[in-house]
Each structure stands twice: as C-alpha cells, then as structure tokens.
Design a protein around this ligand. Structure first.
Ligand code: SF4
Length: 101
C-alpha cells in the first residue's frame, strides 16, 4: 500500500468525524421567515409576538418554559421537535407553545 493511500485511509474517518461534530455544534437557528416558522408564528424574541394575531400569548411565555423545548435548563437555544435539525431560541415563542408541566 502506498504511503499516500495509507494516509488517505487514516485521514478520512477523522475528517468525517470532524464534519459530524461541526454539524452538531453549529446546528442552524430557525429563521423566522422559514415557511414552518412563519406558519407557527415563531419569533426568536417572545417580546416581538404579534399579540393581535396570537391573543393566546401571555407575557412570560417563551421556548425555555415550553414542554417541547429540549435543551438543558439555562441554555440559550435548543432543539424543538417542530423544527427538525434546527435550534430555537430560549427566548423565542410560537403558537404551539405548551407550558412545561
Ligand atoms: S413549540 Fe415551544 S419550544 Fe417549540 S418553538 Fe414553539 S414555543 Fe418554542
């Protein structure tokens, strides 16, 4: 086996692992303009909720206190099953908000 080929075989798993780790780290934030986000009225800052459009919104509601928010307590952002492979802001809100029991 040539040295070049051996080097390639050794480097590929490292590069692949790096890509996976990189993806986990830099999971994109949900864009408010994404069709799914717009449909659910998601905003990254709950203070900006359109209260006329979403009268059920109550002050103090945010992703951080939503049952669907899947981040550790205190995290600034985390996954939400409504937005696969993306992160929502802990300070965000959408019309599917359900208070943590
Ligand atoms: S379902 Fe809950 S955690 Fe997900 S975006 Fe809406 S308010 Fe945030």
């Amino acid at each position: 086996m040539s040295t070049r080929r051996r080097l390639f075989i050794q480097l590929v798993p490292v590069a692949g692992g790096g890509l996976l780790a990189g993806r986990a780290w830099s999971q994109a934030m949900v864009d408010e303009k994404d069709p799914q986000a717009a449909a659910l009225g998601y905003v990254a800052d709950a203070a900006k909720v359109d209260k006329a459009k979403y009268p059920k919104f109550a002050a103090g509601q945010a992703c951080a206190s939503c049952a669907l928010f899947q981040a550790k307590a205190g995290a600034a952002s985390g996954p939400c099953p409504l937005f696969p492979a993306k992160q929502v802001s802990a300070k965000g809100w959408c019309s599917a908000y359900a208070k943590k029991p």
